[in-house]
Ligand binder design. Sequence first.
Ligand SMILES: Cc1cc2nc3c(=O)[nH]c(=O)nc-3n(C[C@H](O)[C@H](O)[C@H](O)COP(=O)(O)OP(=O)(O)OC[C@H]3O[C@@H](n4cnc5c(N)ncnc54)[C@H](O)[C@@H]3O)c2cc1C
Length: 429
Amino acid sequence: MSWDFETDPEFQSTLDWAEAFVREEVEPLDYIVESAYDHEDPVRKALIPPLQRIVRERGLWATHLGPELGGKGYGQVKLALLNEILGRSACAPIVFGSQAPDSGNSEILARFGSPMLKQRYLRPLLDNEIGSCFSMTEVQGGADPKVFTTSAVRDGDEWVITGEKWFSSYARFASFLIVMAVTHPDAPPYQQQSMFVVPRGTPGLSILRNVGMGYEPLGTGYEAYVRYDGVRVSNDHLLGEPGQAFAIAQTRLGGGRIHHAMRTVGLVRRMYESMCERAVSRFTQGESLARKQLVQAAIADSWTQLEMFRLLTLRTAWRIDKHQDYRAVRGDISAVKAAMQTVLHDVTARALQIHGSLGVTNEMPFVKTMIESFVMGLADGPTEVHKVTLARELLRDVKPAPSAFPSEHIPALRAAAEAKYADVLATLR
Ligand SMILES: Cc1cc2nc3c(=O)[nH]c(=O)nc-3n(C[C@H](O)[C@H](O)[C@H](O)COP(=O)(O)OP(=O)(O)OC[C@H]3O[C@@H](n4cnc5c(N)ncnc54)[C@H](O)[C@@H]3O)c2cc1C
């Protein structure tokens, strides 16, 4: 039996290198690169590729991929430890070749793309020479894909796609979009939709507007509201088989969710560290905040939430490695996904509060990170839906009580205990 919380020394030295590299070389980029997804941004062009080269030379490029696609084939536990470090910086996933949505999209292309699609897009996407977009959510609903209406109709060797998609992240920088569309409206609900690759610039494809986060000025942002107006793509742009979109989306989401959680550990830790620094730096009524018991409680609660979340994430990563099947760990992934929002929210809120007026300003990261906690509770499915998934898994094999009284009903348990030890009890009475 093994039960070990230590990292092997060789991998620990890799992590130490990654941590120093991210803190010293990558974190500064977050303050000068407007969007690491914009390949045309001159600051990005000058600063990010040289760092990507260093990561490649170090053998840490796209470590989520198997060796057949140029990754290390690291298991999820190693990835979790590395992603914790990358979670500290918005630019780090791009510098290490593991950013969403390209990471999931490259997996889809590799597994379900036609030879033409792979030849045209897979290598440049894996090398981060181009970007991509996942275009699934619609204005009338995201959490329930059964309400999507964007359709694709077969016309000879082509498909004609019509509809609108909402929150297609980074569409403006993408060389292609992966779009989900209804192709078989009469099939059972989860077999009605198919997935297609739509190259940028295809006639009929347009961005109605880009939407920003609450802390960004109106008219800016990276979440695209996209229209597909009779967009035509040939049949070799279909991913997998017709009607397979839900199954394909699931393969992508399992890994995506746990990788978000791994990075969130790093972001929570950054918020926690800044709260601790403030507590020992700020004085009021003749003593540091660190000596106030309610501040101590905030720090103790934050550390405990962070460490519980980290252990749950690592355990889930370990279970993925063990089972090699995301379906077998669905409940675990949902638990991590649901916890992620609460932990990031709570720790950030406490860090913000302890920073006082400075905490609510745009000179500190807390407001952005608070919104990020809500993003974590929405993107890849709302927290509520994940709690439902988890509860279903937990309750699946639970048996009803044998009678109207529950199994923990003390009179029955006491009677059973008395019966079991009747001989001994008789000698004592
Ligand atoms: C920053 C960000 C990036 C995103 N990027 C992409 C992207 O690249 N591509 C893409 O296609 N989509 C993307 N999304 C969309 C995301 O997938 C959806 O926001 C998500 O699926 C929820 O859909 P919705 O926003 O329409 O909310 P709704 O489906 O309207 O749900 C709203 C709320 O209703 C409640 N609710 C919903 N369903 C249930 C239920 N079953 N039980 C209980 N309560 C429920 C929850 O409180 C939920 O938050 C992104 C979202 C964000 C915030």
